[in-house]
Ligand binder design. Structure first.
Ligand SMILES: [Ca+2]
Ligand SMILES: [Ca+2]
Length: 138
């Protein structure tokens, strides 16, 4: 999850990565539960709209060796229209979605997988996933 920093300072347990204060909850939750958990500490699921910042966070996750995690975007409200939890449209689409060796491109399973995860098997690129799956949350 992320929350806004004050003068570049992050409140424990958040750590500064690039321009954002981020924290990963090690317990696994469904997407909606994960969002609730973030709200309890004054944050929200991770939102990013800048390529450079996205790369910094992906590098951070790689260094930490984290598994797949939920981030703050879904297309539950309108199929195919992915939006961040702050209401903004996703400005970083391709090439940030995972692509399979078969050439198939995420988001796949339209109408079924409506929540967004970062997929560690694909360098933390975007993947649609079942909202009811349990993941850690960023
Ligand atoms: Ca969908
Ligand atoms: Ca998918």
């Amino acid at each position: 999850m992320n929350m806004y920093s004050t003068a570049g300072l992050c409140v424990h347990p958040f750590v500064l990565v690039g321009t954002q204060c981020v924290h990963i909850i090690p317990t696994t939750y469904t997407w909606h539960e994960a969002r609730t958990q973030c709200g309890l500490v004054g944050g929200d699921l991770f939102v990013v709209d800048d390529c450079d910042q996205y790369h910094k966070v992906a590098l951070f996750l790689t260094e930490q060796g984290y598994p797949n995690c939920w981030i703050g975007s879904s297309d539950e409200a309108e199929e195919g229209q992915w939006r961040w939890v702050d209401g903004s449209p996703m400005t970083i689409g391709l090439p940030y979605w995972s692509q399979f060796a078969t050439g198939e491109q995420e988001p796949d399973n339209p109408g079924k997988q409506n929540c967004l995860e970062l997929n560690c098997a694909w360098m933390y690129r975007f993947s649609s996933a079942w909202c009811s799956d349990a993941r850690r949350d960023l």
